[in-house]
Structures are given as C-alpha cells and as structure tokens.
Design a protein around this ligand. Structure first.
Ligand code: AMP
Length: 116
C-alpha cells in the first residue's frame, strides 16, 4: 500500500536533495520549486496517503514530528521570523499529485492570498 515516488526517495533508490532526516521524517527540496525555499516534509511510513487518512490516535506523535521538522527547517533557512507557508494538498481539486502525505514548506518571498 502507498508505493509512490516518495517511497523510492525514502529508500534512497532515487536521488533527492535531503535537507533533514530522522527516524520518522524525511525532508527534501521540491523538484519544481515554487518559491526560493520549497521543501517537502514527509513521514517515512507510507500508510498515510492524504490528510483524510490522519487519525489522531495513531498519528499524533508523527504529526508533531512533521511540525518540529518544519520549524527547524524554516529556522535553518533563516525564514522563521520573516514567515513561511505550510501547505497540504488533499485530493484532486487541491492538485495533489503524490499520494503519500507531504507538507510543502514555502518561503523566501512574499506569498499571495488567496492561493491559486
Ligand atoms: P502535490 O501536488 O501536493 O502532490 O505535490 C507533489 C510535489 O512533489 C510537487 O510539488 C512536485 O514538484 C514534487 N515532486 C514530484 N516528484 C519529485 C521528486 N522526485 N523529487 C522532489 N520533488 C518531487
């Protein structure tokens, strides 16, 4: 279940520019960056395909780890104080392409609202 291109990145079968890794979380640069900083933060488990699969009983610690990683990466890039955006696309209308939960960390420029 849940085999995607991100599974191959987790197993290091295809290359990625990894910026953070621990036992639960992997973060790497998006291959088509939409901002000066555009990092994808993903759980290493593959069972969560979209935000709809998140279950607070099973995944609360993991979600905390994703946010810890996002906050650390934002600090490392020097955008923690200037601001950044975290995006989780869920399903077709949101434009989700890869069905392995991932958080987009975007920053380094002024963001527009509403998003496209
Ligand atoms: P989403 O549309 O939310 O599913 O986002 C998927 C993201 O994965 C897109 O921003 C893609 O540019 C990115 N992506 C797809 N393949 C790779 C890859 N091999 N390495 C890094 N980012 C990727």
């Amino acid at each position: 279940m849940g085999e995607t291109i991100f599974s191959k990145i987790i197993r290091k079968e295809i290359p990625a520019e990894i910026v953070f890794e621990n036992d639960k979380v992997l973060a790497f640069k998006d291959i088509h960056p939409q901002a000066p900083v555009h990092v994808l933060i993903i759980p290493k488990i593959t069972e969560i395909e979209t935000t709809k699969d998140i279950n607070s009983t099973k995944h609360s610690a993991l979600l905390g780890s994703l946010y810890d990683a996002a906050n650390k990466i934002a600090k490392d890039y020097g955008i923690s104080e200037t601001g950044f955006r975290l995006v989780l696309n869920c399903g077709a209308d949101a434009g989700q392409e890869v069905y392995h939960l991932h958080m987009h960390l975007l920053g380094g420029r002024k963001m527009n609202w509403p998003p496209g």
